[in-house]
Design a protein around this ligand. Structure first.
Ligand code: SF4
Length: 446
């Protein structure tokens, strides 16, 4: 079968690793309708879609991560917990914490009513503690506004503060059997590569970029419908069994895309050699057009070289649209950057994700993690989590526990960190907040 290769879009910029879309950045809160782009409305793309459905779902049936515990529940609350935990955190780290968290807070009401300090303590080890506070706030809002349960519509879910389009779509699809498209970083990357070509180093940003990704995901969603109506919560199914089939197809398809993205079509270095989609994949076809030996490594090399040339066109002698030379891709081997055999899941467009170097740019020297604000914020939370209920620490005591060689000169720095944590709802001042000279200012978990 021959399928034309579509042009790639902008390739300049940097390359980020990630898993779940970071919803704090330009969330798409109200988008339901998506215009299918013209480049998808072709017989070749429709044929590619049909073939991809069959190939990927067959692969998922055999190789999907069916043992993940959140694949064995339709409890909206449990799925909400898993989705929030999986943002910015690897699956392997989430697995033990997920079960323990649900054991400690088995229901939405239990989470909503718990002391925030207990929620933060239960979150220990996952990092990004703001998620714990945000998760509890979602539970409290749902309890207050939706009679003690999460709403079962996309609009209702999106109305909750802190729930973005990805999480709302995931809960609607995975818990409420709605054939709703959703886009996390794995879904976006796989769909782009299969239907569009080699991805850009910098993804289209903002609301328009998210809408573009969602439009592609909606168009690609299997089921009885093939138009944009699929991105809306189904309100008038023609029959219960048709809706059920569509919902199950949407569930399997989106889980399959996530699994392929996490285990085979990985961000930095896809394992095309192990992929069931090579015969339909537009990105793979791009590489095959340049070399007799297409591979995931060649694909990654081509992507990085395009980015480097776009950033430094003077090195090519060409002023516009520089392209690597034929044969340059396959013969040049990247250093050991392969992540093809791992199953890690890392967020991709979050501001805290780690940029990787392009081939033309040496890695920049990075600040040791143990000297970063994020590190010390985590140290403060971990230290306060060790206190018994009702206990607190003086600011100076806290400093001695979180920073080696802490001195009174460090008090303004520490006060600034604690102020930031207090604004985020992660700690609370007991005394002395306004008094810059008060070394006895006390702080505790909320
Ligand atoms: S062939 Fe390669 S780029 Fe295409 S979907 Fe498979 S792993 Fe990803």
């Amino acid at each position: 079968m021959s399928i034309g290769v579509l042009p790639t879009s902008t390739l300049a910029g940097r390359f980020f690793l990630c898993e779940r879309v970071a919803e704090s950045r330009a969330p798409v809160k109200t988008q339901h309708r998506n215009e299918t782009p013209d480049w998808l409305n072709t017989p070749a793309q429709q044929e590619r879609r049909t073939q991809t459905h069959g190939l990927l779902l067959a692969w998922y049936s055999r190789y999907g991560r069916h043992t993940l515990p959140w694949r064995h529940t339709r409890d909206p609350y449990a799925i909400l917990v898993s989705e929030v935990m999986l943002q910015q955190t690897q699956v392997e780290r989430v697995l033990p914490k997920y079960q323990a968290f649900l054991a400690r807070f088995p229901t939405l009401a239990a989470l909503a009513e718990a002391p925030t300090s207990e929620v933060i303590k239960a979150w220990a080890g996952l990092g990004y503690n703001m998620r714990a506070v945000r998760l509890q706030q979602i539970a409290q809002e749902a309890i207050a506004r939706y009679a003690g349960a999460l709403p079962n519509t996309l609009d209702g879910l999106l109305s909750l503060k802190g729930v973005g389009r990805y999480t709302a779509g995931a809960i609607a699809c995975f818990a409420f059997d709605q054939p709703v498209a959703t886009v996390d970083t794995n879904i976006r990357r796989v769909l782009w590569r299969v239907f569009r070509g080699i991805e850009p180093i910098v993804w289209p940003a903002g609301v328009s970029g998210e809408r573009e990704a969602l439009a592609l995901a909606a168009w690609a969603l299997p089921g009885r419908n093939t138009d944009q109506a699929r991105v809306e919560v189904a309100t008038q199914p023609s029959s219960q069994s048709e809706q059920s089939d569509a919902a199950q197809a949407a569930y399997d398809w989106q889980q399959a895309l996530m699994d392929l993205g996490a285990t085979v079509c990985q961000s930095r270095r896809p394992a095309c050699e192990q992929c069931p989609l090579t015969e339909v994949c537009a990105a793979y076809a791009e590489v095959a057009a340049l070399t007799l030996f297409p591979s995931g490594e060649a694909l990654a090399r081509l992507r990085d070289e395009r980015a480097a040339l776009s950033e430094h066109p003077e090195h090519t002698g060409a002023s516009e649209h520089p392209q690597p030379q034929m044969g340059q891709v396959a013969e040049t081997r990247a250093a050991s950057t392969s992540d093809a055999n791992t199953t890690r899941e890392t967020p991709e467009i979050d501001g805290n994700s780690r940029p990787t170097a392009t081939v033309a740019k040496p890695r920049k020297a990075t600040q040791p993690f143990t000297s970063t604000t994020r590190y010390f914020r985590g140290r403060i939370i971990a230290t306060l989590s060790e206190l018994a209920a009702g206990e607190s620490l003086a600011l100076a005591e806290l400093g001695l526990l979180v920073k080696p060689n802490f001195s009174p000169d460090d008090l303004p720095w520490l006060r600034g960190l604690v102020d930031g944590l207090a604004r985020d709802g992660l700690v609370r001042w007991l005394t002395g907040k306004q008094d810059d000279a008060a070394e006895e200012a006390r702080v505790a978990l909320p």
